[in-house]
Design a protein around this ligand. Structure first.
Ligand SMILES: NC(=O)c1ccc[n+]([C@@H]2O[C@H](COP(=O)([O-])OP(=O)(O)OC[C@H]3O[C@@H](n4cnc5c(N)ncnc54)[C@H](O)[C@@H]3O)[C@@H](O)[C@H]2O)c1
Length: 337
C-alpha cells in the first residue's frame, strides 16, 4: 500500500516534512502541499514534486485522494485542522505543540475516544532520535541504576520578535517536557519556573529555568534559552543511582588547527534532528498502513499532558511559586496495553 500524504503549511518545518515524505519515507507519496501563501506553496510543490497544491487548508482532509495529513502550520491552527482530519477519519501527524492551550486539545481527546481509536500522532520527534533512544536503552538495561534526575538544555540561535517568554515554554520546551516523560516513563506532578532578570541580547525572551518533580519523586531541570545566538544546542544528562548517561552532539568531525580543537553548531534544529524526523515520518506512515499508530509515537494524550505541564509552568513563572500539575484521567485508548 502507498500512503498519499498531504502536508499543510509550507514554512520551515512544512518544507522539510514535504522533502522527507517525498524522498525519504518508504511507501509514501507527497500527494499535495497546502499553504495560504501561494508562492511559498508553489515553491515547495515544485521542489518536492507534489502532485497538487492548495491554498485552503479546510479543503485538504476531505479529499478522496488524501490518505493522511501532516500538519505543519502555526500552533494556533493545529487543533482545528486535526479535528477536521478526525472528522474525515484520516490519520494525522501534527507538529508540536498539539495546540497552544490544553483546553483546545480536549475536543480532540473526546473525538478520538468516541471513535474508540487514535488517529492523531504528535511530532515529538526526539522520541525517534538515536541519542535519546540510546539513553532510554541505558535506563531499561539498568546501566545507571534507577533514574534520579534528568537535566535538559534547549538553546536556539534566535526567535522572531513575536515569540514571547510563555511561548518559550509552551512551544520550545514542549520537546523537553515530552522527552523527560518518555525517558522516565512517569508523569510530572509539580513545576516551578524562573526567568533571568537580565535580558538575552536582541530578544525579549530571557532564559527560563523549569524544575519539575515526577510522581516517583525524580527531578527534571529544563533550561530553555531561545536567543542563545551561538548555535542550536540541545543537551541532556540522566543521573541514576550508579552512574549517568549524557547525549553527545552527533557531529561527523572536529577540526584540529592552530592549537585549537573545534566543531560547528547547526543554525537550527533541522540538521541536529534530521534522522529523528526521517524515522518519525517513516514510523508514522508505517502506522497508517498498519491501521494503528507506531507505539513510540506521541499521542494526543501526550500532547495534552505536555500542554498542561507547560500551561502550569507559565502560571508558575508568573506567580513565582511552585504549582501542582492537575491532569484529568486518561481514557482507556491512551493507556499502554
Ligand atoms: N518538531 C520540531 O522540531 C519543530 C521545529 C520548528 C517548528 N515546529 C512547529 O512546526 C510548526 C510550523 O513552524 P514553522 O517554523 O515551519 O513556521 P513557519 O512560520 O516557517 O511556517 C508556517 C507556515 O504555515 C502557513 N500557514 C499559516 N496559516 C496557515 C493555515 N491556516 N493553514 C495552512 N498553512 C498556514 C504560513 O503561511 C507558513 O508558510 C509550528 O507549530 C512549530 O511549533 C516544530
Amino acid at each position: 500500500m502507498t500512503v498519499r500524504v498531504a502536508v499543510i503549511g509550507c514554512g520551515v518545518m512544512g518544507a522539510d516534512h514535504a522533502r522527507v515524505i517525498a524522498n525519504e519515507t518508504p511507501n509514501a507519496v507527497l500527494q499535495l502541499v497546502c499553504d495560504p501563501d501561494k508562492a511559498r506553496m508553489q515553491d515547495v510543490a515544485d521542489a518536492c514534486g507534489a502532485l497538487h497544491g492548495l491554498t485552503d487548508a479546510a479543503a485538504v482532509a476531505g479529499r478522496a485522494d488524501v490518505d493522511a495529513v501532516l500538519i505543519a502550520s502555526p500552533d494556533a491552527t493545529h487543533a482545528d485542522l486535526a479535528l477536521d482530519a478526525i472528522h474525515h477519519r484520516k490519520p494525522s501527524l501534527v507538529e508540536k505543540p498539539l495546540a497552544p492551550s490544553p483546553s483546545d486539545i480536549l475536543p480532540l481527546l473526546s473525538k478520538e475516544n468516541d471513535l474508540g481509536h487514535r488517529l492523531i500522532s504528535v511530532g515529538f520527534m526526539r522520541r525517534y532520535d538515536p541519542s535519546y533512544r540510546a539513553m532510554r536503552l541505558a535506563v531499561s538495561e539498568e546501566r545507571i541504576g534507577a533514574p534520579l534526575v534528568f537535566h535538559s538544555v534547549h538553546r536556539n540561535v534566535a526567535v522572531p520578535e513575536w515569540f514571547d517568554g510563555p511561548m518559550a515554554i509552551t512551544n520550545s520546551a514542549s520537546h523537553d517536557l515530552d522527552i523527560a516523560r518518555f525517558l522516565l516513563g512517569v508523569e510530572m506532578v509539580q513545576v516551578s519556573a524562573i526567568a533571568t532578570r537580565t535580558q538575552a541580547q536582541h530578544s525579549t525572551c530571557p532564559p527560563v529555568m523549569l524544575t519539575l518533580v515526577s510522581e516517583a519523586g525524580q527531578i527534571v531541570t529544563i533550561e530553555v534559552h531561545v536567543a542563545a545566538q551561538y548555535g542550536y544546542d540541545v543537551r541532556g544528562e540522566l543521573v541514576g543511582t550508579t552512574g549517568t548517561v549524557e547525549l553527545t552532539e552527533p557531529r561527523h568531525m572536529v577540526t584540529n588547527s592552530a592549537l585549537n580543537r573545534s566543531g560547528a553548531y547547526a543554525p537550527d534544529w533541522r540538521p541536529r534532528f534530521a534522522e529523528a524526523y526521517r524515522l518519525q515520518n517513516a514510523a508514522w506512515v508505517a502506522g497508517v498502513i498498519a491501521g494503528q499508530p507506531d507505539p513510540v509515537a506521541a499521542s494526543a494524550w501526550d500532547g495534552y499532558v505536555c500542554g498542561k505541564i507547560a500551561e502550569t509552568a507559565v502560571a508558575a513563572l508568573r506567580s513565582g511559586t511552585c504549582h501542582p500539575v492537575a491532569l484529568m484521567d486518561a481514557a482507556s485508548i491512551y493507556k499502554a496495553k
